[in-house]
Design a protein around this ligand. Sequence first.
Ligand SMILES: Cc1ncc(COP(=O)(O)O)c(C=O)c1O
Length: 416
Amino acid sequence: MEVKPKLNLEKSLALFEEAKKISPGGVMGIRRPYNFIEGEYPIYIDYGYGSHIVDVDGNDYIDMLCAYGPIILGYREPEINDAVIEQMEKGFCFSLVQPVQNELIKRLIKLIPSAEMAILVKTGSDATGVAVRLARGFSGKDKILRCGYHGWHDWCVEVRGGVPKTSCELTLEFPYGNLEALEKLLKENKGEVAAIIVTPVGHPLAKPVSAPPAGYLEGVRSLADQYEAVLIFDEIRSGFRVSMGGAQERYGVTPDLSTFGKALANGYPLSACVGKAEIMKEAEEHVFISSTFFPNSLEMVAAMKCLDIMERENVIDAIWKSGQNFLDELNNMVHNSGVPATVSGIPPMPFLTFDKADDSYKKRRVRFFTETIRRGLFIQPYHHWYITYRHSAEDLEKALKVISEALEIVAKEYPA
Ligand SMILES: Cc1ncc(COP(=O)(O)O)c(C=O)c1O
């Protein structure tokens, strides 16, 4: 199999050099080049269409990172664009609220098992922040037990520069899938835990999972009840992807509060904290939640239209079906290649990690993701991938062909 030449990334790299002089690090957080393969991946995107993105140098990729999750249908959905433009012409940022807010909240209450009331905010971090504040307000307790990524705010951020020590001390981490570890923490902090927040399908990097382990979510639910902690499902990633009612609907365990974002509006910044009325009502008086932009309506209109399309076209089923085929093929390929690697994730969110079988695992990873990007497949080495509605059978076939070629090169260059 032929090793492909490096892509032309001249404009991306020039823009990045400029950006580093005007903004710290050039770009923020997970968009920095070291989160991909430095020098091989583009840094600036020009436009997207359907399941593709095109970078500023004109390279066209099948995109399976999907903006880190918000793209559930595809880029530039005409129906969503039309609805948003119509709202734009009326105005969307006012001192007061527009009626679409009620419409969307009623819809979320209908769709999500745990939703008796909802609060609409903008980012995933906003929504998890709201959930944690409500849980603290409701319980009168301060500590939070968490597992997985919940955003960039003080209460949960992993890189602790700039975060008060007292804030870090109130959040304790437990490993996904291990009820004993969670119970131990609850015992050690008896009477102090306001909430347990968990990403219901786990995090493939922390522990490869194909579904929640049998009985795990039920176990977390009953520990939360036993220790009188509010149970929060962070469904920012799983919401409107695992099912229309979230992982809680698919796996049949209902939390007290839950958070949704990403796929809710196909890329528009919108998120929600939903849950039991008795907890949500804390926000009527004691718990302060407000922001200038929370009532902006463009993203609510986008969400209404996105949900219309998802319901009308049974998008979730379609994604699970193509995702299952993709995962099965990926599994076969990895198995046949002899490359020490593990396929994980669930059909809408597949992933491949390189096993720490020997000293070459990092080299295998670099080689693999170098060859996949050079062949026009945009996937992330440290984050699971996504399948959207607009990934056609041809797109996924091409993606698998690219993966198979990259695996062949890895197997040859770094035999296990
Ligand atoms: C599970 C989960 N919770 C919360 C967040 C934070 O969302 P945002 O980046 O929109 O603030 C993320 C983002 O990746 C996430 O995956």
